[in-house]
Design a protein around this ligand. Structure first.
Ligand code: C5P
Length: 228
């Protein structure tokens, strides 16, 4: 279960990130680096983590013309990263799958950003469509293209599981241990619920990195996952 907890290093710099990883010690094996840290020395830090035997999820949500995505993913695969996100546009997903060929890198598709509702989709130029419908359609496309997994809210996990089948990864943020602050997350579930809903991996940032004792916080979450 410990390897199924991904700790989000949502911090402004490498110094803070390194200190959190040290404090967590062997209670954490898998770390997510997003925009904030990636563009502040995070790529070098990713290599440092990989050198220590940790796994890295680069949450870069790539989207560009096919050739650019394919070559970018090829470079990322050479870094030894474990998970990478791309937006679930068919051309982008096909290019990412081609770019990771021959490596252990797993590509995760982000279907519809959880901050988008019907109005945001219309504003962005889509014909009226419910976000859940677009999530389902993109999950089907991701499956058909051979994407390794989907990032979605844990509340959507059972439905997504029904679409992508038994063997694909389902990675869920929006996790809060019982009694933790929700922050800006709207559809939160506990670690136990997320596992029972079929998530293969949980992404947790603030409840661990902002905790007075990040190691104890990570251990408590792993216990809750194991109990489920
Ligand atoms: O602090 P918290 O546990 O809410 O952080 C969750 C992490 O997952 C953040 O890095 C956030 O950007 C990411 N994420 C999310 N919702 C998504 C996709 C990614 O919260 N739909």
């Amino acid at each position: 279960m410990r390897d199924r907890l991904i700790i989000g290093l949502d911090v402004p710099g490498v110094e803070e990130a390194r200190s959190i990883v040290e404090r967590i010690g062997d209670a954490g094996t898998f770390y997510k680096i997003g925009y904030q840290l990636a563009y502040a020395g995070g790529f070098e830090f990713a290599s440092e983590l990989i050198g220590q035997g940790k796994k890295v999820f680069l949450d870069l949500k790539l989207h560009d013309i096919g050739n650019t995505v394919e070559e970018g993913v090829r470079s990322i695969a050479r870094m030894g990263v474990t998970f990478l996100t791309v937006h679930a546009y068919p051309q982008t997903m096909r290019a990412a799958v081609a770019g990771r060929a021959g490596s252990d890198l797993k590509i995760l598709a982000v279907t519809v950003l959880t901050s988008y509702d019907d109005n945001d989709l219309v504003e962005a130029g889509y014909a009226p469509v419910a976000p859940e419908e677009l999530v389902a359609r993109r999950a089907e496309q991701a499956r058909d293209i051979g994407i390794d997994g989907i990032v979605c809210a844990a509340t959507e996990a059972p439905r997504v599981r029904g679409i992508v089948g038994r063997n694909r990864l389902i990675v869920t943020p929006g996790i809060r241990p019982a009694g933790a602050e929700a922050g800006d997350q709207k559809r939160i579930v506990t670690p136990g619920e997320a596992i029972r809903d079929g998530a293969t991996h949980l992404v947790v940032a603030r409840p661990i990195v902002k905790a007075a004792d990040p190691r104890a916080a990570a251990q408590a979450i792993v216990r809750e996952m194991t109990g489920a």
